[in-house]
Design a protein around this ligand. Sequence first.
Ligand code: NZQ
Ligand code: ZN
Length: 385
Amino acid sequence: MNNFDFKIPTDIRFGKEKISCLKEEVSSYGKKVLLVYGGGSIKRNGIYDEVMEQLKDFEVVELSGITPNPKLETVRAGAKLCKEKGIDVIIAVGGGSTIDASKHIAAAACYNGDPWDLVLDRSLVKEALPIAVVLTICATGSEMNSGAVITNEETHEKLEINTPLLYPRLSICDPTYLYSLPKKQTAAGVVDILSHVMEQYFQPNDGAYITDVLSEGVMKTVVKYGPIAMEEPDNYEARSNLMWASTVGLNHLLTVGKGGAWSVHPIEHVVSGFYDLTHGIGLAILTPAWMEYVLNDDTKARFARFAREVFRIIEGDDHKAAKKGIQCVRDFFEKLEMPCTFSEVGIDESKYDKMAKEAVRTSNISKTAYVHLDEKDVIEILKKC
Ligand code: NZQ
Ligand code: ZN
């Protein structure tokens, strides 16, 4: 097991009607709130009204219209608003996109240059406004981690800013808020959760047994409850288990004692940076292709363990078990009605070279991933999609 430090400062309030704590918790940060949200789902499902009820005594400035794959332009606008209005605290109501934009705004509001500088050089983040989250879609784990992924449309770069100052102080996770999610978003979230755990599970270090077993538990949870949430949107048991799986899936718990670069996410971020694709859909297409590409004599034992533990495959031969596991992943994504090829989402070969170069340039995929991948390897994986 590798050495590790583990500290998560986020206060999680999980369950029905937990919104009732928002007023009191946020008041300790000040009176001037920047309320950040997306394209309007929170107005249609009533969450906006519940939040505003809590904020009656606050001075609220709104920043709406955060798009999936949030853009640098929005961050610039948000930081400007914070400075002009003297904002004390940011409340993000939404999913990864809204939370990530809010995190970047929180840092940019305390910085005098362009917000993109902070993405290129994290050491420039010296302080950030406090952030509270009201989670409405479970997928990214952004509610309890310190990362934010932002797209620069001018350069097609989709990069992460990550520093401990960006942990949300408070995250309210009410599973009933997930009931209004469309099937596509439920499914994309489920794929994302599974992918986060797989990225941490498929690593060179096999000595962190406890972390691997915890990971298998989270993956089993996702495989069990994903399809149920698709069919029964208001199934509380399914929604609550998935919601906690998303948080645990990427709050650092499942990486302790392991470590190393991720494999599929760096490629997906480049793809969605170029094509504005839904993150979970990109992962659903890329993940089986990556699995097939890196399965070899050195990796087959771990793939076989994955197949046996997560999908209950009974097969003595490691290579055969591994292959069956990959098929199970494909079948699972199909059950979630995810596209399984690039052509289904309008992506052709024209940018494969460029995207492969970017994936290698912007990550450690060629140095410390489970199986090191250079540009040529990434192109082969893209071709398999
Ligand atoms: O914009 P609105 O109208 O709110 O609609 C949203 C959006 O269209 C909708 N939605 C959210 N909650 C809803 C709802 N619709 C109905 N009912 C509800 N309760 O869902 C759509 C997608 O929302 P989004 O926030 O984009 O989804 P997600 O949480 O999957 O976030 C994706 C973004 O996070 C990044 C991704 O790359 C992508 O940009 N990631 C962030 C990570 C992190 N910070 O740790 C890690 C991840 O790997 C990922 O890269
Ligand atoms: Zn992800």
